[in-house]
Design a protein around this ligand. Structure first.
Ligand SMILES: NC(=O)c1ccc[n+]([C@@H]2O[C@H](COP(=O)([O-])OP(=O)(O)OC[C@H]3O[C@@H](n4cnc5c(N)ncnc54)[C@H](O)[C@@H]3O)[C@@H](O)[C@H]2O)c1
Length: 258
């Protein structure tokens, strides 16, 4: 992006979480003002207090249009919205399509996983893109950038991950058509598909599980750092020729079947 970032705004959904907080800190370091949008309102507020005056916390749900509108207003109060990073999401307890005892996968768990990841990403994107359309274009005609968070699970999901894999595949799948849809508005769309990242979800895991999780990572043989995710967001933001692409961030990890 050839536009000066200072004085422009970003929205980070899931901004109170592991990858989200690292992204918020990184974007503030680039000079952006950031709306930290998360259903964990206390976590978002604590981060805003810690990071300081370039941020505002908005507690809310990515599938609630009023909450999203509040986040958009809060961001626009700080500057034109140059960037949306969709990070909110997560998984449910591992379940097979049919469990070993014959029980079919819980239908509500599948729908919930699709809602917080895929529907939420789509919902925030459509509303924020409409707001970005009012921005002055840069010399490339660009008005904004949207970054989604998919997962390796969405590309090569393992046994027991059917709901999460489907939800993250939906995010990967919406990236190119959304980039095509939003091209006339000058908005680029990319997704990051992280491997295993060392966020609180895994930080507190037993050492044996951590060892197993890094077992198939090729190099460097460790979990990814949240700051490395934030760097990938910056790369997408700054490089105007990246569009419609799902970028793996995985140290050459390929998930085994289970
Ligand atoms: N950690 C990893 O290894 C990894 C790997 C691949 C993909 N991801 C994805 O990256 C994202 C962040 O992962 P993380 O490890 O930082 O998890 P995290 O649980 O620390 O952060 C997720 C944040 O999203 C928020 N959130 C969830 N549903 C929401 C909703 N409906 N509305 C608003 N906020 C909501 C949560 O409150 C939380 O703060 C998730 O989408 C996850 O699926 C993580």
């Amino acid at each position: 992006m050839d536009t000066e970032l200072t004085g422009r705004a970003a929205i980070v959904t899931g901004g109170a979480g592991g990858l989200g907080a690292a992204t918020v800190r990184h974007l503030v370091g680039l000079g952006l003002h950031v709306a930290i949008f998360d259903r964990n309102a206390d976590g978002a507020s604590a981060l805003a207090v810690e990071v300081g005056h370039q941020t505002v916390a908005v507690g809310g749900d990515v599938n609630d249009d009023d909450d999203v509108a509040t986040a958009i207003d809060a961001a626009r109060d700080m500057g034109p919205i140059a960037l949306l990073v969709n990070i909110a999401g997560g998984g449910v307890k591992s379940q097979r399509t049919v469990a070993r005892d014959g029980t079919p996968h819980d239908k509500d768990a599948f729908a919930y996983t699709m809602a917080i990841n895929a529907a939420g990403t789509f919902n925030v994107s459509r509303l924020v893109a409409a707001a970005m359309a009012a921005n002055e274009p840069d010399t490339d005609g660009q008005r904004g950038v949207i970054v989604h968070t998919s997962s390796l699970a969405g590309l090569e999901g393992q046994a027991g991950q059917v709901a999460y894999a489907a939800a993250k595949a939906a995010i990967a799948g919406m990236t190119l058509p959304m980039a095509r849809d939003l091209a006339p508005l000058g908005i680029r769309v990319c997704a990051i598909a992280p491997g295993t990242m060392e966020t609180p979800v895994f930080q507190n895991a037993p050492e044996a599980l951590k060892q197993r999780l890094v077992g198939d990572v090729v190099f460097p043989k460790r979990m990814g750092r949240p700051e490395e995710f934030a760097l990938a967001v910056e790369m997408i933001l700054q490089n105007s020729y990246l569009n419609g692409e799902v970028i793996r961030l995985d140290a050459a990890l390929r998930f085994p079947p289970k």
